[in-house]
Design a protein around this ligand. Structure first.
Ligand code: BTN
Length: 321
């Protein structure tokens, strides 16, 4: 049925087609027509709907183009092997399986849609079809486990710089690695690692960027706190180019980190963050903490001064928006 509807819109390109016309053509009820349009919207088709006039198809889903991606790559290692999937549970799961099967460093897994996208702190990650960048990158840094928080901040700096190149609005890092525009979340990072005797075997850097989602794509509970590059900029953003930009930024920063350690990354992170020197409420594994964050230290931990003057350090948590 969806195929027939698409064909009909194709034949009437640029025109409004009424629900009644479609229901006669397809021999179904107008409610059924509406349900099919909604299903197509979920697949990334964009329709304008005007009461008493009908529906006009504005755009079709754009599929990430592997050839265009490879052409745009300026990296030596990162993204040189790419696997693009239409629909997966989570790109993290695919990347974990691939790395266990011997996938090389820099292998990138991308999906048009995730049905069980994972966020930090056990949350779900909303990953509708064709609208975002949902990807997982295999890294094999030769550092010990205790330095993983540094890597988290490094990935956030790379992503912040890459996104900033696509939008005039200020992109800020909310500790540890959420990216915000106008106070709303645009992107999130989930680092999952495997280690033995304190030595990291590998890290899977999961990156979600809300690129071309429309306001109506978001479920009610996300509308107030999440946004997309399209919503903020009013223009579609080239997903392949953004992926290439991120991989290049990340490779450059990883090289800098290997040569000069965490100090330059820390300075870059501090310059891009919106989380320092103001009162915060932070959800940690042990409960809520209130205080003022002053700095991140040489290990990547956040130092917070509590109301009683005591200083504590946090390695993970979630700052209330
Ligand atoms: C967060 O902010 O909570 C982290 C979100 C990470 C989402 C990405 S999307 C690609 C990769 N696959 C997942 O299941 N999660 C990460």
């Amino acid at each position: 049925m969806n195929e027939l509807i698409l064909q009909y819109f194709q034949e009437h390109e640029g025109e409004y087609v009424s629900g009644e016309e479609l229901s006669i053509k397809l021999q179904c009820s107008r409610t059924a027509v509406w349900k099919h349009i909604e299903a197509l919207r979920k697949q990334g088709y964009v329709f304008d709907a005007i009461p008493r006039k009908g529906y006009k198809m504005l755009t079709k889903p754009v599929i990430i183009n592997a050839a265009k991606l490879m052409q745009g790559l300026q990296t030596k290692t990162l993204g040189r092997v790419v696997r693009i999937y239409d629909e997966v549970d989570s790109t993290q799961n695919i990347a974990h399986t691939l790395v266990r099967q011997g996938a090389i460093e820099g292998t990138l897994v991308i999906a048009e849609q995730q049905n069980a996208g994972r966020g930090r702190m056990g949350r779900n990650w909303f990953s509708p079809k064709g609208k975002g960048i949902w990807m997982s990158l295999i890294l094999k840094p030769t550092i010990s486990m205790q330095f993983t928080p540094q890597l988290t901040l490094l990935v956030a700096v790379a992503l912040c710089r890459a996104i900033q190149a696509h939008i005039p609005h200020q992109v800020g890092i909310k500790w540890p690695n959420d990216l915000l525009i106008n106070g709303k979340k645009i992107s999130g990072i989930l680092l999952e690692s495997s280690a033995e005797d304190e030595r990291l075997n590998y890290v899977i850097a999961g990156i979600g960027i809300s690129v071309n989602l429309l306001a109506e794509d978001y479920p009610e509970e996300l509308k107030a706190k999440a946004t997309s590059l399209f919503i903020e900029k009013g223009q579609l953003v080239d997903r392949e180019q953004l992926i290439c930009d991120f991989l290049l930024q990340l490779e450059v920063l990883l090289e800098l980190y290997t040569q000069q350690g965490f100090a330059p990354i820390r300075s870059l992170w501090e310059a891009l963050t919106i989380s320092l020197h103001k009162p915060l409420r932070i959800q940690t594994a042990k409960g809520w903490v209130e205080g003022v964050a002053n700095a991140i230290d040489e290990m990547g931990a956040l130092w917070v001064t509590l109301p009683n003057g005591e200083n504590i350090k946090l390695y993970s948590g979630d700052i209330e928006l």
